[in-house]
Every structure is written in C-alpha cells, then in structure tokens.
Design a protein. Sequence first.
Length: 186
Amino acid sequence: MNKKMLRQYLDLFLVFFRIGAFTFGGGYAMIPLIEKEIVTNRGWIANEDILDLFAIGQSIPGAIAINTSSLVGYKIAGKRGALCATFGVVLPSFLIITIIASFFQTIADDKNVKAVFVGINAAVVFLIIKAAMKMMKAALIDKVTISVFAITVLTILLTNISPIILIICGGILGMISYRKSGGNSL
C-alpha cells in the first residue's frame, strides 16, 4: 500500500472522527456537517452525489450517519475507505459512552447536567430542520418529486403505514417517471 492511499485512509478516519466527536443529537444532526466537510471543504463528492448517499443511508437499516460514512468512504477509497470512515464516526461515540457510563449514575440527577442536555436537544432540533430543508430543496425538483413528497407527508400524518413502504413506493414512482420520460428527467 502506498503513502497516498494511507494518507487518504487517515484523512477519511480523521474527518469522520471529528464529525462523530463534535456532533450531538445523532445521525440527522451530522448530515449538515458531513455535507459541509465532504462536499464544500474537501470537494471529495459532488453535491448531487452526497444527497444520493444520504438517501441511500436513510433507506437501508442502521443509523444514517454510520451508513452514510460507510458509503462516502467506499465511494472515495473502496472497502478500506468505508472501514476507515465508519470506524472514525463510531469511535468517538463509543469512547464518550464508555466514559459517561462509568460515572453516569453519580451525575444523572445533577441540575447542571440536565440543563446542558436541554440546551443540546434544542440545538439539535435546528440542525435536523436545516438538514431536512436543504435536502428538500435539492430533492423536490419537478412535479413528480413534489407529488411524491406531498403524498408521503399526508400518508404519514393520516395513516399508520410504515415509512419503509413509503420509501419503496417513492423509489418505484421515481423509476416509473424516469422511464416514462425516456431517461431524460435526471
């Protein structure tokens, strides 16, 4: 293995380690940070491609941040890149949880600790909304995608149909629309 590849693996690990270490609130809160670092700062992946990776990461079982880090790592540097990015994003949480778990019972009822988590939760809500708005702008590009979005929102609000079924149906509708347009709608 040459030095260039080793550097690429290390870069993937460090970028995702930093994202994992400094993002509170789970996978959705990481989306804007992943996008900024991978698309804007590093230029590793095009904006359109990262949105596809987010969609795939959300559609497959598991946490979106872990799935997306694996997909990004794979796209940039193959299987080893996927392992480096995934390990990088998971390691900070593992270390933090291990440390917190060792003395959580002694601080769980502390008012200051509770206040910190209330503030973190409020900030995370905004990060999730920001990520959703950015994804909406990029994903709602024509009448078909706007219709699929509207139908999905109404279905979720008015029924108990599984989101997985809605994702599959959205994919099928997208494929049908793409084929009807002669493959020119993308």
